[in-house]
Design a protein around this ligand. Structure first.
Ligand code: NAD
Ligand code: MG
Length: 395
């Protein structure tokens, strides 16, 4: 079989390093082309040496010289680039077959979109891109025959349980609805009056998954599930009322597809992101991922319950943004990114996150989104408003 080249955008992150682990287990199938990081020069250099990368990109341009000399010192042959131009080259360069889009937040939009523009096979982890630019992004991928395989565990599960032909709506494919499962996060049972005392350390301590800090906080507020509902809408061409969320604390069933005839197909597995990563890398084939096998005989409680929108208002805010459409999800996402960063910096409380997002969504008018420029402009506006909220509230 021919070897395929993979560029990993956000290689120093949780998804990025799990991707490199799966690639390393399958050296006859894949080789690394480009690796990118935000600021972590030493980890990027170490990865470039280990995987013999051809291109190393540091998003923070002020670190380009430091990266170049560190690579030289380490005897690595990778070419060096930086900034958005470097990210675009890593995503769209002619020597890349597969792009793992694993940058966190709206910062990943430009490079993820470039991969679609260049017709690459896209393994999509960067859910924020789909939340803020879903319609434009999917249209660009279709136009350029770029296959989009979701890496988010829920969407990867749905992708596996869903018939192909995403140009058609769900009912044309015999599907009644998508059931997204949620672990419920670390505060599933925490009383509402305790949310104000939650620390960043507690919020980042997820019961079932080990992930980057931003998505860990999103999982604790259930905003992550809200972003995933919007992500599912665009990935699977679903109407808003065809997506349901169920809390499933064991994180064994990764999501489900319910059909018109009453069938419900579920995908199960150990909670380990290497399974969806390996599935997406090898799709439509299958490869070894190094994942612990499920022990079904020991699994006697798989439970499901409705989410509590009272204690987790972020999920409701995301459903609202999806229903409004246009620029509303851009505002939701930008406000949330600012809120989460401020919470991690200990500038605002955990219970301020939904307040900030709700206030910013109320203050910013909804406008049409026709292209990437519209997305970026709305994103900037919402970030300014969210920064103001933090300053006004806490000085
Ligand atoms: P992470 O914080 O561990 O890693 C983020 C990566 O993006 C790092 O390599 C970092 O250097 C890079 N990055 C950060 N800011 C950047 C910027 N401004 N410009 C360029 N690069 C930047 O995050 P993660 O947990 O790996 O998540 C990555 C994406 O995958 C997110 O969108 C997340 O929602 C999604 N995702 C993650 C998981 C998981 O298990 N970690 C599961 C599902 C989806
Ligand atoms: Mg997920």
């Amino acid at each position: 079989m021919m070897q395929e080249t993979v560029s990993v955008l956000g290689s120093t992150g949780s998804i990025g390093s799990n991707t490199l682990d799966v690639i390393q287990r399958n050296p006859e199938r894949f080789k690394v082309q480009a690796l990118t990081a935000h600021r972590n020069v030493s980890q990027l250099v170490e990865q470039c040496v280990r995987h013999d990368a051809r291109l190393a990109v540091i998003a923070d341009s002020s670190l380009e010289k430091e990266l170049a000399s560190a690579l030289k010192l380490a005897g690595a042959r990778a070419e060096v680039m930086s900034g958005e131009a470097g990210l675009l080259e890593a995503a769209g360069g002619p020597d890349t077959d597969i792009v793992m889009a694993a940058i966190v937040g709206a910062a990943g939009l430009g490079s993820t979109f470039e991969a679609a523009h260049r017709g690459k096979k896209i393994l999509l982890a960067n859910k924020e891109s789909l939340v803020i630019a879903g319609e434009v992004f999917i249209a660009e991928a279709r136009r350029n025959n770029a296959p989009v395989v979701p890496v988010d565990s829920e969407h990867n599960a749905i992708f596996q349980a869903m018939p192909e032909g995403f140009e058609q709506g769900l009912s044309e494919r015999g599907v009644e609805k998508i059931i997204l499962t949620a672990s419920g996060g670390p505060f599933r049972e925490l009383p509402a009056d305790r949310f104000c005392d939650v620390t960043p350390e507690q919020a980042c301590n997820h019961p079932n998954w080990s992930m980057g800090r931003k998505i860990s906080v999103d999982s604790a507020t259930l905003m992550n599930k809200g972003l995933e509902v919007i992500e599912a809408r665009w990935l699977f061409n679903a109407d808003p009322d065809q997506i349901e969320v169920l809390v499933h604390p064991q994180s064994i069933v990764h999501s489900m597809v319910a059909y018109l005839d009453g069938s419900v197909l579920a995908q199960m597995g150990t909670p380990d992101m290497r399974t969806p990563i390996a599935h997406a890398l090898a799709w439509p084939g299958r490869i070894e991922a190094g994942v612990k096998r499920l022990n079904l005989a020991q699994m006697n409680d798989l439970s499901f319950e409705k989410p509590d929108l009272q204690r987790f208002p972020c999920l409701g805010l995301a459903f609202d943004a999806m229903a409004v459409g246009a620029s509303a999800p851009v505002t939701l996402n930008a406000a949330n990114e600012i809120a989460v960063a401020a919470f991690l910096d200990r500038k605002i409380g955990f219970d301020d996150i939904p307040r900030l997002v709700a206030d910013v969504m109320e203050r910013i008018a909804v406008s049409a989104i026709e292209n990437l420029g519209d997305v970026l402009q709305q994103d900037r506006l919402a970030r300014l408003e969210a920064d103001q909220w933090v300053k006004k509230t806490y000085g």
